[in-house]
Design a protein around this ligand. Structure first.
Ligand SMILES: CC(=O)N[C@H]1[C@@H](OP(=O)(O)OP(=O)(O)OC[C@H]2O[C@@H](n3ccc(=O)[nH]c3=O)[C@H](O)[C@@H]2O)O[C@H](CO)[C@@H](O)[C@@H]1O
Ligand SMILES: C=C(OP(=O)(O)O)C(=O)O
Length: 436
């Protein structure tokens, strides 16, 4: 098996941005990275072929396709179509090297456990901006009847001869309901005989879209005041399902445009797909979102950007995955802004990079403070995670002069065509290899 290009393949690649040009125009939004990653795991529960449409063209899609293939599934990825025929008896192993590259490894493992009653998997990867715990995922596996053993590199879970059983599990954490553990528990419950209860479930679109996928295929899933009730099915059908538009990519492009004084039109998403906390933060900063009669959403900048006070949190609050980009945009806002990070209190790897551009930004615990507007200067900067690298891109677009950004591996893990889309909006962006 040829492994999807790893980080080393992107080490010499840099993005050069000649900033200071206002961005405007109409561009498409990709299928949501984080919804797709959870759906890839859910496809393993199906007893017939599944085709996901609008799968994002990102590194993580390739890695997940290979993880599924390693379990014995037949997977074909082509032009946004992610077609999976799961194995009738999957190999109960998540490929150790590939599993260490994506965050949804435990969710993929839960799907295999639900099908086979056993699974061995590595600790998950994804962005390492701070510790990202998995205790609630493992608690769900144990509640479903698995004995879970973990050493420094590998986790194994094994059920008795009858496989997973119906269960009750609480997926709350000190930071709010766990998105990933809610999906892990839902996948286990979808194949367990009887009705399971997931208390304090996450209601992120990743959860509700995975629930919709499973409900359309035979599982009975509904939310009540008590939690998420899942009645398992011994037959999950296949068929087509479309990945919803990426609200984080959309927000990234809106903030990039607004940082340059521009307004844009996005296809493939509606205003209702933006969580209230995000719509409110954008509105307070001076950006309105409206559905357009011709389709898509118009993001209109109404006058100079204004400082805001915002806090991330579980859906429908401001998504943690938009906070770094928001910080970059707020360098151009009038006044003092505050962004409080409540999901990952130490998610602040973008601060040093933004300072390189001259941003007036500092952090006190989970609170990031900014003063603006700052006339950013071009810089050479690097980032080690998806949203931090896009924060740097936004700063580079706002700065007069040519900047150099490293971290293309991380960018390509989350965004399929962000650079091409920004160029279509008028950005002067080139990707080059420093080795050449
Ligand atoms: C609710 C939320 O916003 N989740 C975000 C989280 O999803 P992801 O599914 O990766 O993470 P969780 O939602 O599970 O984690 C939320 C919080 O709970 C903690 N935790 C999680 C699982 C667990 O077993 N124990 C535990 O303590 C995490 O460390 C974190 O502080 O990161 C993704 C990538 O940035 C984002 O796209 C998601 O929006
Ligand atoms: C941190 C992110 O993703 P992952 O969980 O894949 O690391 C993200 O999407 O911002």
């Amino acid at each position: 098996m040829t492994i999807t290009p790893a980080r080393a393949a992107f080490e010499a690649t840099v993005v050069r941005v000649a900033g200071g040009r206002p961005l405007s125009g109409r561009i498409p939004v990709q299928g949501s990275k984080n919804i797709a990653l959870h759906l890839y795991a859910a496809t393993l529960l199906a007893d017939a072929p599944v085709v996901l449409a609008a799968a994002p063209d990102i590194i993580d899609t390739g890695v997940c396709a290979q993880i599924l293939t390693y379990t014995g599934a037949h997977v074909a990825v082509d032009g946004g179509r992610f077609a999976v025929t799961p194995a009738a008896a999957p190999c109960p192993v998540i490929h150790p090297e590939l599993g260490r590259r994506v965050r949804t490894t435990v969710v993929l493992a839960a799907a295999v456990l639900a099908r086979t009653g056993q699974v061995t998997f590595p600790y998950p990867g994804g962005d390492a901006f701070c510790p990202r715990l998995i205790d609630r995922h493992l608690a769900a596996m144990q509640a479903a009847g698995a004995e879970v053993l973990a050493d420094a590199t590998t986790i194994s879970a094994r059920c008795g001869p009858h496989g997973v059983r119906a269960f009750t599990v609480d997926v709350d954490t000190p930071y709010g309901p766990s998105l990933g553990a809610t999906v892990t528990a839902m996948l286990l419950a979808a194949r367990a005989p009887g009705t399971s209860l997931i208390t304090h479930p996450s209601i992120e679109p990743e959860v509700t879209e995975t629930a919709r996928f499973l409900t359309e295929r035979g599982a009975l899933i509904h939310f009540t005041g008590q939690g998420l009730h899942v009645s398992g099915s011994d037959w999950i059908t296949g068929g087509d399902f479309t990945v919803a538009g990426d609200r984080i990519e959309a927000a990234t492009m809106i903030m990039a445009a607004a940082s340059t004084g521009g307004s844009i039109h996005l296809d493939g998403i509606t205003a209702s797909a933006f969580p209230n906390g995000l719509t409110e933060a954008l509105s307070a900063a001076g950006i309105s979102l409206t559905d357009d009669a011709s389709g898509g959403v118009r993001a209109q900048l109404n006058g100079p950007l204004q400082a805001i006070d915002a806090a991330t949190g579980p859906h429908p609050a401001l998504p943690t995955d938009t906070a770094p980009q928001l910080a970059a945009m707020l360098t151009q806002a009038h006044g003092s802004s505050l962004i409080t990070e409540r999901v990952y209190p130490s998610r602040n790897t973008h601060i040093a990079g933004l300072r390189a551009f001259g941003a007036d930004i500092s952090s006190t615990g989970p609170v990031i403070g900014l003063r603006g507007p700052i006339r950013l200067r071009p810089a050479t900067a690097a980032a080690e995670d998806i949203r931090a690298v896009t924060a740097l891109l936004i700063a580079a677009l706002a700065a007069e002069g040519t900047s150099t950004i490293r971290g293309v591996y991380h960018l390509r893990r989350g965004y399929g065509h962000l650079l091409a889309n920004l160029a279509a909006l008028g950005a002067d962006i080139t990707t080059t290899s420093e080795a050449s």
